[in-house]
Design a protein around this ligand. Sequence first.
Ligand code: AHR
Length: 649
Amino acid sequence: MNKLGLFVVYLISIGRLAFGASFTVDAGHPSGKVSPRLYGLMTEEINHSYDGGLYAELIRNRVFLDDANTPAHWSVIKDDASDATIALDPANPCNDKLTTSLRLKIDKATRDHPAGVANSGYWGIPVKPNTRYRTTLLARSGAGFSGPLTVSIVAEDAKTVYASGKISGLGEKWNRFQVTLKTDRVVPTAKARFQITFEQPGTVWLGLVSLFPPTWNDRPNGLRKDLMQMLVDLKPKFLRFPGGNYLEGDTIETRFEWKKTIGPIEERHGHPCPWGYRSSDGLGLLEFLEWCEDMKAEPVLAVYAGYSLRGIHVNPGPELEPYLKEALEEIEYVIGDTRTTWGARRAKDGHPKPFNLTYVEIGNEDWFDKSGSYDARFAQFHDAIKAPYPHLKTISTIANDQPEKMRVHSRKPDMIDEHYYRSTDEFLHMSPDYARKYDRSGPEIFVGEWAAHEDAKIKPWDAAARQQPPTPSMKAALGDAAFMAAMERNSDLILMQCYAPLLVNVNPGGRQWRPDLIGYDALSSFGSPSYYAFQVFSRNLGDEILAMQSVETTIQGAATRDSKTGEIFIKLVNPQDKPESLQLELKGIASLASKATAITLTAALGEINSIVHPHNVIPTTTTLEHVQPVFSYTLPPHSIVVLKLKSRS
Ligand code: AHR
């Protein structure tokens, strides 16, 4: 070593002594490949994620099946000079899939005193300026009445009409009617309802009433734009669906029965979801797949595998055969070409091109099946799927830390799904060593559900949880970030991970679980601090893992590099309530561009975002000057930082 070299070594060691806390990144020898699918999303119908959430339909109980006894969410409109009644009419359904209709009988109505029926939507109808809303009715009328009907979006107090249109030509046969309603320069509000009114007496039966605002990519049965933008901004590589518990159902009959979720919306009967309300099935199998397509993400398809939440299991063997068939047909619907039965059906439904599929998850959280039947059920599904589709990989839902006798032994699953709902403190404690215990030769690991909770004692579904904000605070985000860093460090083995739950309608009665990544009401949405932690991690990811070593610090982190651009991403998490000065050393690198970028998310532990304050905690970007392979950096208290460094050859 020449004199200059010795001098540099001297400076480095002086720096070490001065700083104490240090991180060394080995940029000379990547220790593994980052999984190209690492960051993804998990979704199910919970917290009104779809109905009253991502699925853009605005009419609640559009086919009148939410309650068997009354037209829930529908009310009569009349005044002292008009009269009307509404009732469910199971004797007059519009087709054989829907088992009832709504009979609307107008006994007295005039132009000045109209009567009719109103729908309150999912906690209001969102009214936005200069916006087109597509109304669809399936209707028939009694003899001698052909309309017109007025359909409109009006203020809750009925004083302001935001948009309206007419429907005429009704007859005694069921027919489909469409009209577009357009708002002008209105002040956005959700204090509005949708109504159908008459100006003369008559009787009408309604089979379906639907109202769609503009959707993402203009899909007719599509998704809400603001929420899709937030999801796309996370750059997810996959979407795990349809659950979660929503896949399993409370009972076998209420499982996610995919065939009932395809086809025209007026043929979707819907079904009770395990989270205490009825799903319209408007967001069905094809919509899940198109949602993936719109995010440029791959589906991770979970198939019902014979276990439902009330502890009911289907015996492996012949009894399980119908469910195997159902799953194989589902896979054919996803990837079969148009010469196959279900590929042809997909084409008929509007999507001839098969979707990409690599992973099929067999059930969900089957460690709850205390009968011990999962090993045999898994084997049956695994063999049946691998025979026609050897390229598909199967995921077992029983994690390595479950008792031996519960786990899958008779086959080697390609992947294992692990779920971690832990407190921030637990994540901070477990993350430094996470995945060290695993056999690097497989199976691959999927962390298919995880989230840091501020307080482990409060269960996500408890009454006490309902007293807390629906989305996590900065404290939870710190636990999330530490765990994400751990998964990145191990992403040669942890091939996929997704936070859960993803979505929550923040209205009273809208949620069943906390915390959730993204919150919304009818009109607007916001990301939690955890959303932004996930976003800055997912969007700044290389394809090579760089080993990191820390000395004398509680800071946790991960480092990756983009092998094409040479850009290095260092993620650091400071859970302490004081700043931490670190010496960062990049070994094996000749020099760095002197300017670098720091993205920082920092706030007091209790800080949250909300509908009213959506940007209270968001990342800020700054430029760092004079960056060298050894440099000092001070992390603010309670902070999550991504440093982006450019190597210079
Ligand atoms: O994410 C909420 C629930 O937690 C999921 O439905 C289930 O898989 C898990 O127990």
